[in-house]
Design a protein around this ligand. Structure first.
Ligand code: HEM
Ligand code: HEM
Length: 429
């Protein structure tokens, strides 16, 4: 059963993306027209804002001609495109010697060189500065046919840059708030922006990013495990416990099924969470603190909920009531937290505009709908019992009587009716 669910999920969320592709034909022919005739390589980074890079290496002179292009968002009045080289050990933002072009509010085009330091990452102003690259023919233009903004330049690489291990970094951003200045504002905070660096072999064009794993499939496996474990199986277990115990659909097997769902959901979800922790560690230079904190809280509270299976005070114990209240409040809060974090995850990985978001929202809506229908039925019964709306629901009379019987059995006096919200706190929990 579980395997079936996992397989159907895997088929919906198919794995398609790879990090870099050959660049588009239009960009390639444009590059060839602009003196990069014998292009060494031309790549399109689909997963990082679709930036395209073409480089022609003149090996004898250590000279490279570069053309870097991207579609700066039409709907935004401003924007910037950056490309640079990092002389350090790894392809990362700090230390990058960058060439940056800025599209200003009144469609002006500015360009300059920038030295990106640790202070930039801390949020200090990023202003133009000289860099340690010998640059000529530096241009920032708009190519109307492609609807691309493009950086063109010729660079002579100093000896500290290894031609077979060159760290290139690129980025796009919006310059909100900056008017006709060369001060740069921060880029977005999604994977599209963080996966924008590569250590490349200029002779072959082969490269790899700065994370330990190459594959974006691991991220999707992380997402799928979390969606199935926390987002589907766990809520099904909650619905079973709430509605199949006594009313509206009494079912003897509810307890076994509830425990199985919660155990499977917890194990699958925890595996997904552990993969998330590993992914967080594998990408050294960036993190997603909010998503990570939510994840930690979900794991911690779900673990506490699981321990409650064992920690059960006696029926007459007054702590049993508090334990049950805690179990329910934490349980429902977990459901909301899980929903938020799954949507956050989908946003981080930029799958908002794919089938992922609608599929997940579809699943959540179905579960919420089922939950709501059961709640309405339970509350309807409660109101019938309490206010004697027998015309609407004649079958409630015996329930009222049985409630009274239960009450008098327990403490010798007639109790009020069983409220839907009280149902889970009953002694057979
Ligand atoms: C005002 C300008 C900028 C600010 C404030 C800024 C800030 C940041 C911050 C805070 C992070 C890391 C987030 C984290 O630790 O989770 C980051 C990551 C990154 N940024 Fe920037 N950035 C700026 C400009 C640039 C430019 C111009 C480039 C490209 C040349 C760039 C490329 C990157 C890359 C590739 C990452 C991923 C992590 C890494 O490689 O270090 N950034 N940026
Ligand atoms: C309740 C469900 C989820 C939990 C508990 C969870 C947990 C985590 C944790 C702990 C991290 C590490 C954060 C860091 O240190 O930076 C992480 C990263 C991540 N998660 Fe989730 N996650 C969940 C759902 C999702 C979903 C549904 C997706 C996408 C479909 C997703 C995509 C990602 C991505 C892309 C990363 C960053 C990986 C990287 O750094 O390379 N997550 N998650």
């Amino acid at each position: 059963m579980m395997l079936l669910v996992i397989l159907s999920f895997l088929s919906i969320f198919s794995f398609t993306n790879t990090h870099a592709h050959h660049c588009s034909n239009d960009f390639l022919s444009e590059a060839k027209n602009r003196s990069l005739i014998n292009i060494t390589f031309c790549k399109r980074y689909t997963e990082s804002n679709g930036v395209e890079v073409a480089i022609h290496l003149h090996e004898n002179t250590r000279k490279i001609d570069i053309m870097v292009g991207a579609k700066l968002k039409e709907e935004e009045e401003t924007g910037w495109l950056a490309w640079g080289l990092n002389p350090g050990e790894e392809a990362r933002m700090i230390g990058t010697q960058a060439l940056i072009g800025i599209k200003t509010k009144n469609k002006g085009l500015l360009k300059d060189t920038y030295n990106i330091t640790g202070y930039t990452k801390l949020g200090c102003q990023l202003l133009p500065s000289p860099i340690d690259l010998n640059i000529s023919n530096f241009k920032f233009i708009h190519i109307t046919e492609l609807e691309y903004h493009v950086i063109l330049a010729t660079i002579i690489l100093p000896n500290q840059y290894d031609l077979s291990r060159l760290n290139q970094v690129w980025q796009v951003g919006i310059n909100i708030g900056a008017v006709e200045t060369k001060e740069l504002k921060m880029h977005g905070k999604g994977l599209m922006n963080y996966d924008s660096s590569e250590t490349i072999n200029l002779r072959t064009g082969k490269g790899r990013g700065n994370r330990i794993h190459k594959s974006s499939k691991i991220r999707k496996v992380h997402g799928i495990l979390n969606i199935i474990g926390w987002g589907v199986v766990l809520p099904i277990g909650v619905i079973i416990a709430r509605n199949f115990r006594e009313f509206p659909l009494p079912w003897l097997g509810w307890k076994k099924c509830h425990i199985s769902c919660q155990t499977i959901g917890y194990l699958v979800g925890t595996t997904g969470w552990a993969v998330g922790i590993w992914l967080g560690k594998a990408s050294k230079y960036y993190s997603f603190p909010k998503h990570g904190t939510y994840g930690l809280l979900i794991f911690a509270f779900a673990t506490i909920q699981m321990l409650f299976f064992k920690l059960k005070p006696g029926e007459s114990d007054k702590y049993r009531m508090y334990r049950n209240m805690f179990h329910h409040v934490v349980g429902y809060s977990l459901m909301i937290g899980i929903c938020i974090n799954i949507l956050k995850g989908i946003h981080i990985i930029h799958l908002d505009y794919t089938s992922w978001k609608p599929t997940y929202l579809g699943i959540v809506s179905c579960l919420a709908f089922i939950f709501l229908v059961f709640e309405i039925v339970s509350w309807f019964k409660f109101l019938c019992d309490k206010f004697g709306l027998w015309i609407l629901c004649a079958k409630c009379i015996p329930n009222k009587e049985s409630n009274e019987k239960k009450g008098s059995k327990k403490d010798g006096k007639a109790q009020s009716q069983v409220q839907p919200s009280e149902t889970p706190i009953r002694a057979d929990n």
